[in-house]
Design a protein around this ligand. Structure first.
Ligand code: ZN
Length: 422
C-alpha cells in the first residue's frame, strides 16, 4: 500500500495517507452525525451534528495514528527501522522494515498499539464523564463517549489472536518464545489469522442477511483482508524458512561491470552499454568505490550533442545507505524494501569498499524458484547464463526485470513487517 500523500514526519517517522482513508472518514462522520447524535442529543441542530461528526472523524484518525506511532516508537527502540506509517480504509499499518530481534521485542512492539488504544478509550471515557459532571453541552459528551467506545473497540479487536492483527503478533511472540522457532510461530499465527478472517467473513455475511448492510460489509471486508494477508504471510514465511542460511554471496551476480564516474556518456555507450546485456550499473570513483547507480534510462535523457562532455558522475542517482550490503549478509535478514528490490533495481554487494557483486530481482527470483524446487543457490554458480561483457571486465552484472514480470515469483514484501491497526 503506497500512501497517496505524506502528511509529514513525527519523531523521524513518515506519516502517509492513502486516499481510501477518506471513505473511512466519511463513514465515521456519517455514523456520528446521522446515527448517533440525532438520537442521543435530539435538541441540537443538524449543522452542529455534522460539525461534531467531522471533528469526531478527525480525532478518530488521530487516535489511529497514536496506535500506529506506539508500534513504531517501540520498534525503533529495538533497532527496527519502522520509518513509515500509512493510514488507509481499514486503519493503519506501520512498516517495521525488519523482523523483531527477540520474542520480547515482538511482544512489546505488538502490544504497544492496543495498549495505547485502550488507554485512549479510558481517557475519552473519563472526559465524557467529566463533561457530564460539569453539565457541558450534550453533543460534546456524546462525541467523547463515542471516541472512548471506538478506541476501546479498536484495542480489543486488534487483540484477536490471528496474524496480522496485533493479537496474532502477541500469539506469535509467545509461540516463538516457547519453541525457539520464529518461522514456525509465524506460520501458526498466520494460520490462526486465516481462520479468524474466515470467521469474520461469516459473521459479516450473517449481519448482511440480518439487514445490517454497512457493518456486515465492513466485517466481511476486514475478514477478507485478514485472510489474504495471513495467506501471503504463510507462504512468505514458508519460503523464508527454505531460504534460511542463504547469503548474498550465494545469490549475487559476482564481479559486475562497473561504470567509471569520470567517463563520458559516449565512452560508456561505446565501451560498455553496446556490449553488455544489462540496464543498470554501479558507478565507481577513482578508487573503485561505488558512488552512484546508473541506468540506461538516465542516459536517454542526455541530449545527443552533450553526450561527449557529460560525465557519468553527474547522472543516475546517488547510492543510498540501504542500497548496499555485505556478501555474508543473509538474504532473509535484509530490510523489506531491499529484499523486495522492485523499483530500486538492484542491491550492491560491497566488500572492502569495492563492489563484488550485484543482487537484483532476477537473482532473488532465481533463489526463490530454486528453494521451491528444494535446492539452494550456492556461491560460484551465480551466473545467469548471459554472455560475458566485452568491456574488458569479467563477470556477470545483474539485470532488472522488466516490469510486469515482477511479483510472479518474488514473494511480497515482508508482510510480518506490516501491521494493520484495524
Ligand atoms: Zn496495531
Amino acid at each position: 500500500m503506497k500512501p497517496t500523500f505524506t502528511l509529514g514526519r513525527v519523531a523521524g517517522i513518515s506519516i502517509g495517507v492513502h486516499w481510501s482513508v477518506l471513505v473511512m472518514m466519511l463513514l465515521v462522520t456519517e455514523i456520528v452525525a446521522v446515527a448517533i447524535l440525532p438520537v442521543q442529543a435530539p435538541t441540537t441542530s443538524a449543522a452542529v451534528d455534522w460539525v461534531a461528526g467531522v471533528l469526531a472523524a478527525v480525532t478518530f484518525l488521530a487516535s489511529l495514528l497514536a496506535h500506529e506511532l506506539a508500534h513504531a516508537v517501540v520498534a525503533r527502540r529495538y533497532g527496527m527501522p519502522a520509518d513509515r506509517i500509512t493510514l488507509w480504509l481499514l486503519g493503519g499499518f506501520t512498516e517495521l522494515g525488519t523482523n523483531p530481534p527477540t520474542p520480547r521485542a515482538a511482544f512489546l512492539v505488538a502490544g504497544a498499539g492496543p495498549a495505547t488504544s485502550l488507554v485512549l478509550g479510558a481517557a475519552f471515557g473519563g472526559l465524557a464523564a467529566g463533561a457530564a459532571l460539569l453539565s457541558l453541552p450534550i453533543v460534546l459528551r456524546e462525541v467523547l463517549t463515542w471516541l472512548g467506545f471506538v478506541n476501546a473497540v479498536l484495542g480489543i479487536f486488534n487483540l484477536l489472536p490471528g496474524a496480522p492483527l496485533d493479537g496474532g503478533r502477541l500469539l506469535q511472540a509467545g509461540l516463538w518464545k516457547r519453541s525457539g522457532d520464529r518461522d514456525r510461530a509465524a506460520v501458526s499465527a498466520a494460520r490462526a489469522g486465516r481462520f479468524l478472517g474466515m470467521a469474520l467473513i461469516a459473521l459479516g455475511v450473517f449481519q448482511l442477511v440480518a439487514g445490517q448492510l454497512v457493518s456486515g460489509l465492513w466485517l466481511a471486508l476486514i475478514g477478507w483482508f485478514l485472510v489474504m494477508s495471513a495467506m501471503s504471510e504463510e507462504s512468505v514465511t514458508g519460503l523464508r524458512g527454505r531460504l534460511t542460511g542463504v547469503r548474498l554471496r550465494d545469490v549475487m551476480s559476482p564481479a559486475p561491470v562497473t561504470a567509471p564516474s569520470w567517463w563520458t556518456v559516449d565512452t560508456f555507450l561505446e565501451r560498455v552499454a553496446e556490449h553488455d546485456h544489462h540496464r543498470t550499473f554501479p558507478v565507481v570513483d577513482m578508487e573503485g568505490r561505488p558512488v552512484r547507480v546508473l541506468s540506461l534510462t538516465d542516459l536517454v535523457r542526455v541530449p545527443e550533442q552533450t553526450r561527449g562532455t557529460t560525465k557519468l558522475a553527474d547522472l543516475g542517482r546517488p547510492l543510498r545507505p540501504d542500497g548496499t550490503a555485505g556478501p555474508e549478509d543473509l538474504l532473509t535478514e535484509l530490510p523489506a524494501g531491499t529484499w523486495q528490490l522492485s523499483g530500486r533495481g538492484m542491491l550492491l554487494v560491497v566488500e572492502g569498499g569495492h563492489v563484488v557483486g550485484i543482487v537484483n530481482t532476477h537473482d532473488v527470483n532465481r533463489a526463490v524458484e530454486l528453494a521451491r524446487l528444494g535446492h539452494l543457490p550456492r556461491a560460484g554458480d551465480g551466473s545467469s547464463g548471459e554472455e560475458p561483457s566485452q568491456a574488458g571486465q569479467s563477470g556477470q552484472p545483474g539485470r532488472s526485470r522488466p516490469p510486469g514480470q515482477e511479483g510472479q515469483s518474488t514473494p511480497s514484501p515482508y508482510v510480518p513487517g506490516q501491521r494493520p491497526g484495524g
